[in-house]
Every structure is written in structure tokens, then in C-alpha cells.
Write a protein that binds this ligand. Structure first.
Ligand SMILES: Nc1ncnc2c1ncn2[C@@H]1O[C@H](COP(=O)(O)OP(=O)(O)O)[C@@H](O)[C@H]1O
Ligand SMILES: [Mg+2]
Length: 665
């Protein structure tokens, strides 16, 4: 929700359309005016450490200094594992919980938070809704991100231009595809991810390896468009790059060369002179970026004979790192950072403007509905299985009749339907986890809030859950020949529906703790197993051990309310002949109280109401958990990234530890 996600929601978005036009004109005029309102980012002595589980601390970034300014693209390069992604994460304020950072990161010379929504970040892995086409994915995203005041036609136009900018026009109507089906190629997915994040024309853009997976021509086109974006709107772009071709390399303004978390070079992209002065000249006609990377990659030292005589790469890196620290380029960079901090001021625009809560909920409902429709694993497969199982139930208990033996059969059948059939609703979990991942990415970028997601997911799933409870439920009910009244049938189906909703809600909560789908399914199954055990069927309520099992498990397990509800629904009003001749017939009420120990103090409707209440409670719990997790994370971050004066001590300690750890190795 927008209020929680204050952001520098890009100027173009916050302005009305007239002003937007004016701004576009300004962009055409070279964008000098908007350069003033751009984002200057400086970081000094940035250090990041990660705890490695066994009490060890590992330094990932070791005192990195640099800056990024409007209208320019800063390329971060280095061998894989050198800390490129970590640097981007640190700058964007989204480091993982097991890391600590110190150093001074300033935005426009001030300490400002860059958390949710204040910048766009295209992560290294593409997390996209695989069932949508390129056009749909980007259009839904535009509806979520762009303000309600912007006419629909303009949004469509923005989508089309953005798609063309990224050269995706030929793949527009292709499904993205992913773990379930093949669709776009890796490079195309990369570009879709970029499209989604540049829709709002953010002022500050982080790109993690935007060209990985692209061929050299495509990466040149994509990068030149990104550079164009930077130039036009006075945008600040920081991109980590893996193996750029010389054409792509020439597009960059500044270069940050990292090796094992240390700065080998930071300055104008052409570092040939720096390398040459220090004894590693770049041969004519060779790609400078290849040369830099080869010089500082020490991963294969043992296998490959180096071209630098007998020198080990580690030594080479040491030489370069030291040389850089004492070079004129470093002085210039420090000077520039000082200037930026002194002259540039101004807080980032805080009042973000994006689609309202209602629009977002509606768009998310629609998107999720389409996704559920197209993803076979979400509901269709379950429908097929439930149909088959209902036929099985129907044939096993076919025309159950009213004799003494039917009492036990009836209760087993009802137990199976309300407990085991609904239990299988965990089958949709993998698909839900995929949706959660997309939510995670979009949430981090501030596209929408948890509330809109929960509303969207709940509304879109209702028709499907209704379908998978009504159709199989009807078959099972009428084949078995349960009570004839229509209201009894409706009650039965509604209980199935609520139980499936409950299982889905439970799995949502599980997903917020265990994002991995295999572990999630096992956890969810375990929790439900526990509830089924204590639900009053496998051990009668009065026989359940009092601590834990009777209080509170018996009352927490929704299976208690479900089974008792359907038992009351079925048995009240029926009479069965006694097993012994001459004895009076047994009433349904007698069975309920004497056999099942069902509390007859309240009606079946109360049981149903409790079940509905549980659905609401579970969904609210999911919402609450995510909100609390976010709060804790931000609070943790403020502690971990306290102002340098305060954090120095803490970090000092850690660095001592790191140092001794390094020495031990
Ligand atoms: N949260 C973390 N916990 C532990 N180690 C990490 C963490 N994040 C990154 N690392 C380690 O830091 C190094 C740099 O990672 P990364 O920044 O992803 O490199 P790259 O330059 O390839 O993007 C890697 O060796 C990685 O294993
Ligand atoms: Mg990386």
C-alpha cells in the first residue's frame, strides 16, 4: 500500500500528465534540467560481512568507495563471486539478514532510506509469472505501478514503448514459461524483467547482470537503451556486468572493478592507462574488459599458467589495489564524492504515487485468476483427482441405505470427505510458492502491499475452490445417498469449501515461513496430520490426554468442527434399527452423543461459523506475519546500518574477528 511504501516514485509518475509531457520534452532537450533532480549516490568505505553459520564471519566487501550520478551508467565488473551483487544489494538497502554492513551510503549527500519503492532493482534471477504472455505481464505490472490518474490508453502506450525499447515486440504474445513449460529464452526473460522495472521510469536503477544470457548484439542493444534511459531522464544507473563486449564496454561512463571484495579500480571506464602504468598493459585490438578480468581472476590460478611471468594473481591484485589507493584517479574520486556531498542536497521525493489499493486488488485478482486458470497444477489437476476420488467414494459407499451397518460407513465416508479429501488441497502449494516469489520481488520493489496481495489471492481462488468442492462433493453425496434434504446437501458442500479454504490459508502461513515448496509440503502435511489426530475421530474427545491434545489442540484443529458439523448435518433426524432384535431404534442424536461424544450444546451452523471465522483468522495471520517480518527486517537494518559513528564500534569488533579469521586461514 502506498502509504507504507514511501518512495521516490519517479517523477514521471508523480506528475500529472501535462507535466509529464513537459518532462518528456525536457528529456528531449538533453535532460539537463532533470539532472538537478536526479539521484546522486555516494558510498565510502563500504564493508559487508556475512556470518557463515559456525560463528565465523566472512568479509564480502572490504572498504569499497565510489559514487554514481545522474545521466551516467556505472558498471560494476569483476570475476563471479567478487561481490558485485552484494555491492548492489548494499546500495539498494536489501542485504540479507545474516549480513552486516558499515560505511557511509548517502543519497544526495544525506542519509536517506532507499528501502521499499524508492528505486528499481532488477535482480539476477528472473522471477516472473510464467503463465502470462510478455504483453500481459508488463501490462498488469503497469496497472499496478502507474497511478490511477493516468489514462488507460497512456498506460498501454507506455507498455508498448517499453516493450519495443527492450526489443521484445516479436515475443509480445508468447507465454513467458518456466518450470512447467518452455517459453521465452533466458535472454528474453531478462529483458521482460528489465521492462517491468523501467515502466515507472525510476530515477535510480540497479541492474544485476542485465546482459547475462544475451548474445553480443542483443546485449549491446539492451545496454545502449539503458544508457539512453540514463542520458534522457538524468537517471542514475548502476549495473553489474558480466563479460561485456568492447562495444558494450564503451557505453559505460564509470567502471568499478572488484576482486574478492576489494576495489581494484574505480574511475572512468577506460582503465587502460591505470593497468599499463602498473605493468599490465592491454594489448592493442583486444577487448579491454577481457584484459581487466583476466588480470584479476584468481579462481583458476592453480590450473592455468598465467601470462604475467611467475607472478601469482593474488599478488597482482594486491599490487593493483595498492596502486589504485595511491593513484590520482582515487584522489579524483574522493574529491568528486566530497563535492557531491557538499553541493547536492535535497531529500528524495517522498510522496509516491501509484495505483490505489482498490485498483491494485482488482488487478491482482484478475492476474491471479488468469494464472490459476492457465496453471494446470493449481486447480485443474486437483479437480481431476477429486473427481476420481469422489467416484471411488461413490462406488465404495454406493446407496448406503439405512441399516445398522450404515452408521459406521456413513461416518467413515463423512470423515474421509471432510478431512482427507480437503487435506489434498496442499497439492496447489508449489504453484502458490511461485506466486509468493513474484509477490516477494514486487513487494521489495514497492509495487503493492501485502493487503492487496491477500485480497487478490483470496478473491481469485474462490471460484476454483468452489468448483473443486461442489462438483466432486455432489457426486460423492448423491452416489452415497446421504440425507435427501437440499439444505443438508448445501451444508455438506459448504463445509468442503471452507475446509479447502482453510487448508489453503494454512499453506499460505506455511509459505511465509518455509518458502521452499518441498519443505513446505512436508511441514503443511505434518501440521495437518497433528490436527487430524487430535480432531476427535482417531481418539475420542474424552479419551484425549488433557494436556496439549485436549487443550488446546482439539479446539485448534479445524477438523473437529468440520467432522462434527457434517455428522450433525447427516445424523440428526435419522433413526437406525438396533443391532439386537426387540430393542428400540437408535436415533442420530444418540449416536452423536454416545459414540462420537459430540457437544450437542450448539447447532451445526455454529460449527460452520467457527470454520468461516478460522478462514478469516488464518488469512489475517498470514497478513500479520508478513507485515511483522517486514518491520523486523527494517528495524534490524537500521541497527545493522546505524550511522557510521555508532556502528563503528560494532563493526570494529567484527573486523577484528574477520581479521583473525582471515589470518587463521
Ligand atoms: N548472505 C550471504 N551469506 C554468506 N555469503 C554470502 C552472502 N551473500 C554473498 N555471499 C558470498 O559473497 C561472495 C560474493 O557474492 P556475490 O556478491 O553474489 O558475487 P557476484 O560478484 O558473483 O555477484 C560469494 O562468495 C557469496 O557466496
Ligand atoms: Mg551476482
Amino acid at each position: 500500500m502506498n502509504k507504507e511504501v514511501p518512495g521516490n516514485y519517479v517523477e514521471t509518475v508523480t506528475l500529472s500528465n501535462k507535466e509529464e509531457l513537459r518532462q518528456l520534452k525536457m528529456e528531449d532537450e538533453g535532460g539537463r534540467a532533470s539532472k538537478d533532480s536526479g539521484v546522486y549516490l555516494t558510498w565510502e568505505d563500504l564493508r559487508v560481512t556475512a556470518s557463515s553459520g559456525k560463528g565465523g564471519v566472512r568479509a564480502i566487501l572490504q572498504g569499497v568507495t565510489g559514487y554514481a550520478q545522474p545521466g551516467e551508467v556505472l558498471a560494476i565488473m569483476g570475476p563471479s563471486g567478487c561481490g558485485k551483487s552484494t555491492l548492489l544489494d548494499a546500495l539498494a538497502g536489501r542485504l540479507g539478514p545474516n549480513t552486516r554492513q558499515s560505511g557511509k551510503i548517502l543519497i544526495n549527500g544525506r542519509k536517506q532510506t532507499l528501502a521499499y519503492g524508492t528505486s528499481a532493482y532488477v535482480t539476477q534471477d528472473d522471477i516472473l509469472m510464467t503463465t502470462l504472455t510478455v504483453r500481459e505481464a508488463i501490462y498488469y505490472s503497469a496497472q499496478l505501478q502507474l497511478p490511477d490518474s493516468m489514462p488507460l490508453l497512456d498506460k498501454k502506450a507506455r507498455v508498448e514503448t517499453t516493450i519495443k525499447e527492450m526489443g521484445l515486440q516479436d515475443a509480445m504474445d508468447t507465454r513467458i514459461g518456466g518450470w512447467s513449460s518452455k517459453g521465452l529464452s533466458g535472454g528474453q526473460k531478462r529483458r521482460v524483467s528489465i521492462c517491468i522495472e523501467i515502466l515507472t521510469r525510476p530515477k535510480l536503477l540497479f541492474l544485476d547482470e542485465p546482459t547475462s544470457g544475451l548474445d553480443s548484439a542483443a546485449s549491446f542493444h539492451v545496454m545502449s537503451r539503458i544508457v539512453g534511459l540514463a542520458r534522457q531522464g538524468g537517471r542514475t544507473i548502476i549495473a553489474s556486468i558480466h563479460q561485456p563486449s568492447s562495444e558494450v564496454f564503451e557505453l559505460f561512463h564509470n567502471l568499478c572493478l572488484l576482486s574478492v571484495g576489494r576495489t581494484v579500480y574505480f574511475g572512468p571506464a577506460n582503465a587502460n592507462e591505470f593497468f599499463a602504468v602498473n605493468g599490465f598493459p592491454c594489448l592493442p585490438f583486444s577487448n579491454p574488459s577481457d584484459h581487466y578480468l583476466r588480470t584479476i581472476n584468481k579462481d583458476f590460478d592453480q590450473d592455468i599458467e598465467q601470462g604475467h611471468g611467475t607472478q601469482k594473481t593474488a599478488e597482482v591484485i594486491d599490487i593493483l589495489v595498492k596502486a589504485y589507493k595511491s593513484s590520482g584517479t582515487y584522489q579524483q574520486v574522493s574529491q568528486r564524492i566530497y563535492e557531491i556531498q557538499k553541493t547536492v542536497g535535497g531529500a528524495l521525493e517522498k510522496k509516491g504515487s501509484q495505483a490505489g489499493f482498490l485498483t491494485q486488488s482488482l488487478v491482482l485478482t484478475r492476474r491471479s485468476f488468469v494464472n490459476m486458470y492457465r496453471d494446470l497444477g493449481y486447480y485443474w489437476l486437483r479437480l481431476a483427482i477429486f473427481l476420481a476420488l469422489s467416484l471411488c467414494v461413490g462406488t465404495i459407499y454406493y446407496d448406503i441405505g439405512n441399516n445398522y451397518g450404515s452408521i459406521q460407513a456413513r461416518c467413515s465416508m463423512l470423515m474421509f470427505e471432510s478431512t482427507f479429501l480437503t487435506f489434498m488441497s496442499i497439492g496447489g502449494f508449489p504453484s502458490f510458492v511461485e506466486e509468493m516469489k513474484i509477490f516477494g520481488r514486487e513487494r521489495l520493489n514497492g509495487h503493492y502491499g501485502v493487503g492487496a496481495f491477500v485480497v487478490g489471492n483470496t478473491l481469485s481462488s474462490l471460484p476454483y475452490i468452489l468448483l473443486i468442492s461442489v462438483v466432486p462433493g455432489t457426486i460423492a453425496y448423491y452416489m452415497t445417498g446421504l440425507q435427501t434434504g437440499f439444505d443438508h446437501f448445501i451444508y455438506f458442500v459448504v463445509v468442503l469449501f471452507v475446509c479447502m479454504m482453510l487448508v489453503e490459508s494454512l499453506m499460505m502461513i506455511v509459505a511465509s515461513f518455509v518458502p521452499d515448496f518441498l519443505m513446505g509440503i512436508i511441514t503443511g502435511a505434518g501440521i495437518q496430520g497433528l490436527m487430524i489426530l487430535s480432531g476427535g475421530f482417531f481418539r475420542l474427545p474424552d479419551d484425549l490426554p488433557k494436556p496439549f491434545w485436549r487443550y488446546p489442540m482439539y479446539y485448534i484443529a479445524f477438523h473437529k468442527y468440520a467432522t462434527h458439523g457434517v455428522y450433525k448435518n447427516e445424523l440428526i433426524g435419522l433413526t437406525f434399527p438396533s443391532s439386537r432384535t426387540g430393542e428400540p431404534p437408535i436415533t442420530g442424536e444418540q449416536i452423536l452423543t454416545s459414540i462420537w461424544q459430540v457437544d450437542m450444546g450448539y447447532s451445526k451452523w455454529v460449527e460452520l461459523a467457527i470454520l468461516f471465522g478460522m478462514v478469516v483468522l488464518y488469512r489475517l495471520m498470514f497478513l500479520g506475519i508478513i507485515k511483522v517480518a517486514e518491520k523486523v527486517k527494517t528495524q534490524y537494518k537500521t541497527i545493522a546500518t546505524a550511522p557510521p559513528e555508532q556502528s563503528k564500534q560494532v563493526m570494529g569488533e567484527i573486523h577484528q574477528k574477520t581479521w583473525s579469521y582471515v589470518q587463521k586461514r
